[in-house]
Design a protein around this ligand. Structure first.
Ligand code: ZN
Length: 355
């Protein structure tokens, strides 16, 4: 396994914030007092409770509450284990769920400073996504620009679901900044949890929430394309992270069929959705939601009609596979090979600046 992956870039790994106290040194005096007065100690993301089995493989937890709490562990479990040339840190700490947009912005900035000091400065193979507050796009743009000179930040990270569909003009300042700076938008599964994560209401179980995230990804992709985001921002790419892959061909077929019938409604969409998706959308590998059948896998990627869309990812430390089976069996070799280094390099142009 390690030979296949040698030199690859892992496009979705998750460093764990040990707790709010780890971020306090990166807050100014006002926010330091504020998180104390508000009694926020114990704040955690609602999407990935640390003790949930899916939140971490047991062997990566090493008896602790959280896995992936240090660079040393990440190197041992991922970078050195598979001889990778790099990995992109997507920090999921739930700051997008906070209602106070100023507090959210302060904590996002603290998370990014923590990533610089505790991760990027300690390991040259690492890059990171900028954590931004979707609660306020103007503050999100400020944070993107604050980090822009540090080319180890290669992507802008947003949860799959927030207050409004991502095609709406409300979000466009974020896309404008990302496009200008050569960063894709990474949509990682997750939500602000202010509205139900399904179209029919609130799920009751984690398993429902997790599989329903695909609905959110589909709705966002339909919104981005229908509102003409990729017409306004022709260089912008969107990476669907941890979204699964197998739903995309059927989604594009259905979208294309109805677009042909009612495209007078959205005349700025001047190409079939599948063509827009092939150019602008990328997806990470884990979890690959398809049977381990070479014929079906081959058919799936044949329908997508592109070997440029898949990006290798382990989703470390989330429990997506056992042992070293990070590459799904019988993934067609051209698709696998392109996903390891070529596609990440093309999707994240700023990676060239750090290696
Ligand atoms: Zn992930």
């Amino acid at each position: 396994m390690s030979d296949v992956l040698k030199g690859a870039i892992d496009c979705d790994v998750h460093p764990s914030v040990p707790g709010l106290q780890a971020l306090v040194p990166y807050l100014d005096d006002y926010w330091r007092d504020s998180v104390d007065i508000r009694g926020m100690e114990g704040f955690e993301s609602r999407a990935y409770p640390p003790l949930l089995s899916a939140s971490s493989r047991p062997d990566w937890r090493r008896g602790a509450i959280r896995a992936a709490e240090s660079v040393e562990l990440l190197c041992e479990d991922v970078l050195d284990r598979w001889a990778l040339s790099g990995a992109i840190l997507n920090c999921l700490y739930g700051v997008q769920q906070i209602h106070d947009e100023r507090l959210a912005a302060a904590l996002c900035s603290a998370v990014n400073s923590w990533l610089v000091e505790q991760w990027l400065n300690k390991e040259p193979r690492l890059a990171a996504s900028i954590v931004v507050p979707p609660q306020n796009p103007a503050l999100a743009v400020e944070e993107i620009e604050r980090r822009a000179d540090d080319r180890r930040f290669v992507q802008v990270l947003l949860p799959a679901m927030h207050d409004l569909p991502y095609g709406r003009h409300y979000w466009w300042p974020i896309y404008r900044a990302a496009e200008r700076l050569g960063m894709p938008i990474g949509l990682h599964i997750g939500s602000a949890y202010r509205t139900a994560v399904t179209a029919v209401g609130w799920p009751s179980y984690h398993v429902e929430d997790y599989i329903d995230q695909t609905q959110g990804m589909q709705a966002q992709l339909a919104s981005l394309i229908s509102h003409g985001v990729f017409v306004e921002f022709p260089e912008l790419r969107v990476v669907l992270i941890e979204s699964g892959v197998s739903w995309l061909p059927a989604f594009c077929w259905r979208f294309g069929k109805f677009w042909r019938g009612v495209r007078i409604e959205i005349p700025w969409v001047d190409r079939a959705p599948i063509d827009i998706v092939r150019e602008h959308v990328r997806m990470t590998l884990q979890p690959l939601d398809a049977p381990e059948d070479p014929d079906i896998l081959e058919k799936l990627f044949e329908q997508l009609g592109s070997d440029e869309m898949l990006l290798f990812s382990s989703d470390y430390p989330h429990w997506r596979f056992d042992g070293d089976e990070v590459i799904p069996k019988d993934l067609p070799p051209p698709i696998l090979n392109a996903s390891l280094l070529k596609n990440p390099g093309e999707t994240y142009p700023r990676l060239g600046g750090v290696r």
